[in-house]
Design a binder for this molecule. Structure first.
Ligand code: PRX
Length: 655
């Protein structure tokens, strides 16, 4: 490949798993869907929008005249909550279970669509009583309990955009988000159950709200019980919601009415409030959930393991699945409480058919060992999904074999908080899947891989992933900062949306996501993706998980430094010795080529991750370059960095 290619193309995957004829026959999306979307992209999206119930039809599909600020289904009006709840009750499905909730301590509660409708109406009436009107922002800081979903839908119902803040974030993170959105109301709980104990939530809200003059009230769900400090702004959920009428007439809002703001991190410190609106967003999340997750509302039990604090929880727990009348599992807690088989136990008992989770979880389960899933009956599963980061081929194969019993298609879905819904993914009844590849753009989506000059590269080459056409669920901007929206996403190549990810086409035309472009290393003039080296390491039978960073190197520009967690069965003497390091370096050289051989490999007990499971490479880079650690406040487990420092004493390689 040419020397100036944006990313070297180093690995090649030959394994392909085509859909079985049985799966293909019953799949919601059939092969003709691609040709149909190619023939008329906007007509395709119109057809997807017709699955929703509109109070007034749109007069124009897309208005792109103010690019990059899009309007979809212009003039159309709908109520998002009505689409997710009421219409299913009106259609005779009031008794169908919408949520199969399971608390960490084992408490269970089934919520039917009729009960959900009653609660959403009551909550909507309560919000109105508290003075919240269409357009007002509501911050939601709740654990994974049914009230979180009810709260989001109640906001949608009255047209008050919600800003869900992950309940693992600190008071300061909450404060800055409430403040940026000038939220009028905060909905929270007294506490949440994590790893077998009750963790308080309310004190963080008290601390945040003390500095947020916009907040008029705090609505508090009682979850864990026990004493809580009370202020004159506080109102118990059970006091005010419980006494409301279960009748509430949903108002139809403009298709472009703001539905939610969700904060995500950027390259600068200040989080970006990603703004999503109603009609286009609901169209795309329901369409992708139907076509990629292949939901059959009468028979499937869907489980997306994300938290509502992330976009995956918004799009594939709340809006997409409920618009499609799914029955779904909602689980409050951690995967190892009370035991490391908790997820598999949930799947066995609820007879889950579709599982949507993240590579970081899959690799954790690989590390824990096959005996946990193998001890449970997972035969109800028929489709598996992955989201959030590149999935290494090795983890993909493990997911397929050990969890999917070799019979379930795997959909690796690429998208972002900003895209709102899935963009690049296989269709499970159509696409032959390669382990580790998200395969290709979904019908109606335009994607390309370009070089530094914005010129599309061909098969067999790598570069930057861009989206070439506006899409219905696209962000409509950054809350309060339209210029930052243009600068971040639309200025590098003004005709394209720049996703910030590296990607490559393989020679067969499948797309491989290679991580954020700031995760790209430059080794002696070759750009190498951290993901490819990580996948090579994880393909070694003794490695459970790996994180790779480029550390500054006088000779080569950057040197590759790898941090690896070994699998459970590797004896301690071996894990501490030098031989394993040599073995792994040679393995990478063998898998990718000598250029990718890590300069240093450190065997560590844990990796630093954010609460959403993303590896904090920045901190690892600090370690690799012998610097003092930078800001570690977003680490899920602050103790990890000292564990790594200890591990280094025994695992460093001075070759
Ligand atoms: O780098 C890509 C990675 O996650 C980023 C988006 O993160 P976030 O906005 O938090 O949304 C995560 C859930 C949609 C992307 O820029 N990413 C997400 N899915 C994949 C992925 N990388 C590779 N493969 C994926 N399937």
């Amino acid at each position: 490949m040419a020397d100036d290619a944006a990313l070297s193309n180093l690995s090649y995957e030959e394994r392909v798993f085509p859909p079985t004829p049985e799966f293909a026959r019953q799949a919601n999306a059939q092969p003709s869907i691609y040709a149909q979307a190619d023939a008329d992209r906007l007509a395709f999206w119109e057809e997807q929008a017709r699955h929703l119930t509109w109070a007034e039809p749109w007069s124009q599909v897309l208005d792109w005249s103010q690019a990059p600020f899009a309007k979809w289904f212009v003039g159309g009006r709908l109520n998002v909550a009505y689409n997710c709840v009421d219409r299913h009750v009106e259609d005779g499905f009031g008794d169908q279970v919408a949520l199969q909730f399971e608390g960490e301590q084992g408490d269970r509660r089934d919520v039917t669509y009729r009960e959900l409708q009653d609660e959403v109406c009551q909550a909507a009436n309560a919000l109105t009583e508290l003075g919240v009107a269409a357009g007002d922002r509501v911050a939601i800081y709740l654990p994974m309990i049914p009230e979180a979903i009810v709260a989001m839908l109640a906001c949608a119902r009255i047209g008050a955009p919600h800003s869900v803040v992950f309940a693992g974030f600190s008071a300061e993170a909450l404060r800055s988000r409430i403040d940026d959105a000038t939220a009028k109301l905060v909905i929270t709980a007294d506490g949440q159950n994590r790893r077998g104990s009750a963790m308080p939530l309310k004190p963080a809200v008290d601390e945040a709200v003390a500095d947020c003059p916009s907040v008029e009230n705090v609505l508090v769900v009682r979850r864990t019980g026990g004493d809580v400090e009370w202020t004159d702004k506080d109102v118990w959920w059970h006091d005010i919601v419980g006494r409301q009428s279960t009748q509430h007439t949903p108002e139809a809002f403009d298709s472009e009415h703001p539905l939610f703001i969700l904060y995500t991190s950027g390259t600068t410190g200040k989080p970006k409030g990603i703004l999503h609106t109603s009609g286009g967003y609901l169209t795309q999340v329901s369409s992708t959930h139907r076509n990629v997750h292949d939901l059959k509302p009468d028979t499937d039990v869907f489980w997306c393991t994300a938290d509502i604090g992330w976009v995956t929880g918004h799009s594939y727990i709340v809006y997409g699945p409920l618009a499609n009348r799914a029955t779904q599992v909602v689980y409050e807690g951690t995967p190892d409480t009370p035991g490391k088989d908790r997820w598999w136990d949930i799947i066995e008992r609820h007879r889950v058919t579709i599982l949507y989770t993240a590579p970081t979880a899959i690799r954790t389960f690989m590390k824990w060992g096959d005996e946990y899933p193998q001890g449970k009956d997972l035969s109800s599963l028929r489709l598996l999904g992955s989201v959030g980061e590149p999935i290494n081929p090795e983890a993909w194969m493990w997911y397929r074999d050990v969890i999917g019993g070799n019979r379930c298609p795997i959909v690796d879905t690429w998208w972002q908080t900003e895209t709102g819904g899935m963009m690049i993914a296989p269709l499970p009844g159509v696409t032959g899947c390669k382990p580790g590849s998200a395969m290709g753009p979904l019908p109606g989506v335009g994607a390309a891989i370009v070089d530094d000059h914005g010129t599309p590269v061909g098969h067999g080459s790598g570069g930057y992933l861009v989206l070439t056409e506006p899409w219905p669920a696209m962000l409509r901007g950054i809350w309060g900062d339209p210029q930052r929206y243009i600068d971040t996403y639309w200025s590098r190549w003004p005709q394209y949306y720049f996703a910030g990810d590296g990607a490559k086409w393989d020679t067969d035309g499948a797309i491989w996501l290679l991580g954020r472009v700031d995760d790209v290393m430059n080794i002696a003039g070759h750009r190498i993706s951290t993901t490819e080296v990580e996948s090579a390491l994880v393909s070694h039978p003794k490695v459970a998980e790996a994180a790779v960073v480029g550390a500054n190197d006088d000779t080569t520009g950057q040197g590759i430094v790898a941090f690896v967690i070994l699998r459970g069965g590797v004896p301690a003497e071996e894990a501490e010795g030098d031989a394993i390091v040599t073995e792994l370096r040679n393995h990478v050289a063998h898998e990718i080529g000598p250029i990718a051989k890590p300069r240093q490999i450190m065997v560590v007990p844990e990796l630093p991750k954010t609460r959403s499971g993303k590896i904090m490479r920045r901190l690892l880079r600090d370690v690799a370059e012998n610097r003092a650690l930078g800001d570690a406040t977003t680490l899920a487990d602050p103790a990890v960095m000292s564990l790594i420092a200890e591990g280094l004493k025994s695992g460093a390689d001075d070759d």
